[in-house]
Design a protein around this ligand. Structure first.
Ligand code: NAD
Ligand code: IPM
Ligand code: MN
Length: 352
């Protein structure tokens, strides 16, 4: 049997609730699909920070490097500044492992009613650049104690960085509808965006059957609410992709269902899989968080490992549970995390 070593960082808040739910499902499937997973559970996150003054050990990245992938719940705690928690764990993993693709598919899952009137089907993918752009470390500074007090941060778009995300997105569009939407803001104000357009369009032009439509981010946000089905694959910069992926998840009913794959497509480093949502301090500890985003992320991890059969099984297990009317509160249901997980597990134990 094939064996995988996966690092598990449940992290903060509801990360501690949704992660066990996903791990139990994968464990329930593994045998029947001919593989085993060795989970290396890491107690990293805000508790680790409170105890040791760091979100993860100094050699944390090296520890993860020997594994086949990382599953992450969420990070973020109300009593610790977000820049400490994020720059101490999530962002270094994305960067050190060159996870430059953040793949965020979304669908309206069975049993869910979209908040958008009349929308009963949605199936789109946000391909988010995950390393550079607006999330750069260049020039990030707050100049205090002077009359012209100000905060500055530079965006960084490299030709190599934009080319590789455009390639990934164009290839995906080629396998899907051929329609690629590029989220931009090149109407003369944001100086980096004409370069984004130039590189995305030149790159995508190499892909037969792929058309790129350049849409300004503000108009695109409206279009994804008004005509979401006119969008299939979106390629977006780091910040634009972050925002659009929550918007798309909202259109599909809840950010609790949305998955995210931080991919190193070359597989020279581990990739990381996580739900799109955060630590949700407002509902943490109540046992009501929706674990679907994490389960779906685990299915994306199985796909990445080459276990497509198990990935489809896991997806159909949570889809069937939802179709059967078992839904958590964010989707208008009454199931607890545990009740929902039981409904999924019942479908992991049997053939899909
Ligand atoms: P959030 O995603 O944690 O929560 C937003 C809203 O969605 C909340 O009302 C929450 O209850 C709800 N929600 C989120 N996930 C849910 C789920 N699985 N089931 C049911 N409801 C769910 O975003 P936020 O409140 O803006 O951020 C909270 C903290 O999380 C912050 O510290 C932020 O920096 C961090 N954060 C971390 C990640 C990550 O670890 N990748 C992602 C986003 C935010
Ligand atoms: C996400 C999150 C992160 C991001 C934050 C927590 C830094 O919102 O994964 O979508 O913006 O990348
Ligand atoms: Mn986000």
């Amino acid at each position: 049997t094939r064996q995988y070593t996966i690092d598990v960082i449940a992290g903060d808040g509801i990360g501690q609730e949704v992660m066990p739910a996903a791990l139990r499902c994968v464990d329930a499937l593994a045998d029947a699909h001919g593989f085993t997973v060795r989970w290396r559970e890491r107690d990293w996150g805000s508790d680790h920070y409170r105890a040791h003054g760091r979100m993860m050990p100094a050699d944390g990245i090296e520890q993860l490097a020997s594994g086949d992938g990382v599953l992450l719940g969420a990070v973020g705690a109300p009593d610790i500044p977000d820049d400490v928690t994020l720059w101490g764990l999530l962002i270094p993993i994305r960067r050190e492992f060159h996870q430059y693709v953040n793949l965020r598919p979304i669908r309206i899952l069975p049993g869910v009613t979209s908040p958008l009137r009349g929308l009963d089907e949605l199936d789109l993918v946000v391909v988010r650049e995950n390393i550079e752009g607006e999330y750069s470390e260049v020039g990030g500074r707050l100049y205090r104690g002077r009359p012209e007090e100000m905060a500055v941060q530079e965006s960084v778009f490299t030709r190599a960085g934009v080319t590789r995300i455009a390639r990934y997105a164009a290839e995906l569009a080629q396998q899907r509808s051929g329609r690629l939407v590029s989220a931009t803001k090149s109407n003369g104000i944001i100086h980096t965006m004409p370069f984004w357009d130039e590189v995305v369009e030149a790159t995508a032009a190499e892909y037969q059957g792929v058309t790129v439509e350049r849409v300004l981010i503000d108009a695109l946000a409206a279009r994804m609410v008004l005509k979401p089905r006119s969008v299939d694959v979106v390629v977006a910069s780091n910040l634009f992709g972050d925002i659009l992926s929550d918007l798309a998840a909202g259109a599909a009913g809840s950010i609790g269902v949305a998955p995210s794959a931080n991919l190193n497509p070359e597989k020279t480093h581990p990739s990381m899989f996580e739900p799109v949502h955060g630590s949700a301090p407002d509902i943490a500890g109540q046992g009501i968080a929706n674990p679907v985003g994490t389960m779906w992320a685990a299915a994306m991890m199985l796909d990445h490992l080459g276990e497509g059969g198990a990935a489809r099984h896991l997806e159909s297990a949570f889809e069937q549970a939802m179709a059967g009317g078992t839904l958590t509160g964010d989707l208008g249901g009454t199931a607890s995390t545990e009740e929902f997980t039981q409904a999924v597990l019942a479908r992991c134990a049997t053939a899909p």
